[in-house]
Design a protein around this ligand. Structure first.
Ligand SMILES: [Zn+2]
Length: 399
């Protein structure tokens, strides 16, 4: 296979990638075109999966023969905004100070992508007998949106079934086998305005919202009480939070509408729909009849936001990866153990695209360079030796 294309060290490749301003609301097509050209120069064809507007795309590619038993290296191309953050150097110019490489996305998660791409000439020249697939998404930071169509295509036969997927989110190269799911919702109560002295004429949307939030607290308490005793997460149960609430104009006006945004962070294997259904039932049976006594048109509506599916442990006492075929469960974990020589596994409290891969039947783990502590921060950086460590581990895929 051709190896005449350009070569970059991991740091040089990271500088290239950081140089593309791929904040989630911007197009990522310049980065995607760069990667496409680079892969093409090494004889590797790639497939774009564009969004509906045509201003963003995912990209996947196969290095080596498209046969069973390969590995997918997964990264998102988008980064979080830098506006309202104070940076010591331009966030879109990779800047080395001491052992640290500063730039937006250096840790989350262009660092892993840079390592994978820097190894492409070696992968391409190695005469691989099993493939290495690259999967690059967009809009991860706004709720794992951009990977959906790409992963579906990959699962529907665009690639031969791989042994496993490594999602390169920053874990300092520790093997992460599970995370919670993030499920966000907007609940809107529409009642009826009236003078606050005339409660028989109005329907108080804020008081109705208060009752609904009380129900969420009851659901939270029950989730906490019924969580498995050996639950490895922090906190060790499905948690709930109401993040924003707004409604009303004045003390002497019964508020006609109220909106609140809430989330539950579910344990793997738990269906978040049960909580929306429980809230809906409470709304229908208890809250809405009270509103409709004075306002027949009153409504309570809950709609989901984009979120992230939990990554379930595929083996062990809490195994919950039902979507992965039994003969493939734990395959990604075994692969990562082979690559790192470590038996240590962890769970994390942030979410990744790993749950989406798993939902489509892929054995999946999370492992990448950098510390999540630096992600999304001003002066985000990655230690240069983290990149080196990641390259050493990924180079093991050649063997
Ligand atoms: Zn990330």
């Amino acid at each position: 296979m051709s190896t005449q294309g350009p070569r970059y060290t991991p740091t040089e490749m990271l500088a290239k990638l950081v140089g593309f301003d791929t904040v989630s609301h911007q197009s990522n097509l310049a980065l995607i075109a760069f990667v496409e050209d680079y892969l093409a120069a090494h004889g590797i064809a790639a497939t774009r999966v564009p969004n509906a507007q045509g201003d963003k795309a995912s990209l996947y590619a196969t290095i080596g023969p498209n046969v069973d038993g390969g590995v997918v290296l997964s990264a998102h191309s988008d980064v979080v905004p830098t506006a309202h953050q104070s940076w010591s150097s331009d966030p879109f110019t990779l800047t080395q100070r001491g052992s640290r490489l500063y730039g937006r996305g250096s840790t989350d998660m262009k660092g892993f992508l840079a390592c994978a791409l820097a190894l492409v000439p070696e992968f391409a020249a190695a005469g691989l007998t099993r493939p290495i697939h690259l999967a690059i998404s967009y809009d991860e930071e706004v709720g794992c949106v951009g990977c959906q169509d790409m992963i579906k295509q990959m699962a529907d036969g665009a690639i031969a079934p791989p042994r496993g997927v490594i999602v390169g989110e920053p874990t300092e190269m520790q093997l992460v086998i599970a995370h919670k799911g993030i499920n966000g919702y907007d609940t809107t109560v529409t009642g009826k305005e009236a003078h606050s002295s005339q409660t028989q004429l109005g329907a108080n949307a804020i008081m109705a919202a208060g009752a609904l939030i009380g129900e969420l607290q009851r659901l939270a308490d029950r989730a906490r009480e019924t969580a498995p005793a050996d639950c490895p997460f922090t906190p060790p149960y499905t948690s709930f939070s109401v993040g924003t609430i707004e409604g009303g104009h004045a003390l002497n006006i019964i508020p006609g509408s109220c909106h609140f945004a809430w989330e539950c962070r579910t344990l793997p294997g738990e269906d978040p729909a049960q909580y929306v259904q429980a809230l809906d039932r409470f709304a229908r049976e208890t809250v809405l009849p009270r509103l409709q006594a004075t306002a027949p048109d009153a409504t309570i509506e809950t709609v989901p936001r984009a979120g992230a599916v939990a990554l379930a442990p595929e083996t062990g006492p809490n195994a919950a990866a039902d979507g992965v075929p039994p003969d493939r469960r734990g395959a990604a974990e075994a692969l990562a153990r082979d690559l790192t020589g470590s038996n240590h596994t962890e769970v994390v409290s942030y979410a990744t695209e790993g749950g989406v891969f798993q939902t489509h039947g892929f054995s999946t783990v999370v492992m990448g360079p950098g510390n999540i502590r630096e992600a999304h921060q001003p002066d985000e950086f990655i230690e240069a030796d983290e990149l080196e460590r990641c390259v050493r581990v990924l180079r093991g895929l050649i063997a």
